[in-house]
Design a protein around this ligand. Structure first.
Ligand code: HEC
Length: 151
């Protein structure tokens, strides 16, 4: 039986007003998916917190290069620049580490590559958890910034 128009109308209005669709984003990283987010928090504690901080605060003085020329781990909270990157780049950096095309050839980094350690689903989950902790205005700014950059 088709839905009566009265049921469809509020849904359409909501779509028009919020501009958000109930579908999972193309990247599969969905900070509104509570199951994915809960799984991601576990992955974060086990695999990322040691460097990026229990509270996603990053390593001390994270903007200053270490004596060996490498960068410390940046925060994953809103004070860092993780939110400047599109989902696809966050996924690639976590899976493959800091390698081309996202870093110059021969770039040296302490960010491990998680291919073979975490499944693609676990990588998407941990990124969903990180994103779920960003305030709404960061999500709005991120959307605008990436749209302007055509990403
Ligand atoms: C051994 C320490 C270490 C661990 C563990 C680690 N990272 Fe990193 N991560 C780094 C460092 C150092 C950088 C900065 C790399 C650079 O720019 O050279 C970094 C950078 C990143 C970036 C890019 C952030 C940006 O703003 O450019 C992402 C995304 C990231 N890490 C995700 C993760 C995730 C997700 C995990 C857990 C699955 C993780 N990292 C575990 C050290 C670590």
């Amino acid at each position: 039986m088709p839905l009566p128009p009265l049921c469809i109308l509020p849904g359409l209005l909501l779509l028009a007003v919020t501009g958000c669709s109930p579908q999972t984003p193309q990247s599969g990283i969905d900070p509104t998916d509570l199951r994915q987010v809960a799984r991601g928090e576990v992955v974060y504690r086990e695999h990322c917190a040691a460097c990026h901080g229990a509270d996603r605060e990053g390593q001390p003085d994270w903007r200053r290069r270490l004596p060996n020329g490498r960068l410390p781990a940046p925060p994953h909270d809103e004070s860092g620049h993780t939110w400047h990157h599109p989902d696809a780049d966050l996924f690639a950096m976590t899976k493959h580490g800091m390698v081309p095309p996202l870093a110059p050839e021969g770039y040296e980094s302490d960010m491990p590559a998680y291919a073979g350690v975490l499944s693609d689903d676990e990588i998407r989950a941990v990124l969903a958890w990180i994103q779920s902790t960003w305030p709404a205005e960061i999500h709005t700014m991120r959307r605008r910034m990436l749209e302007q950059a055509g990403r």
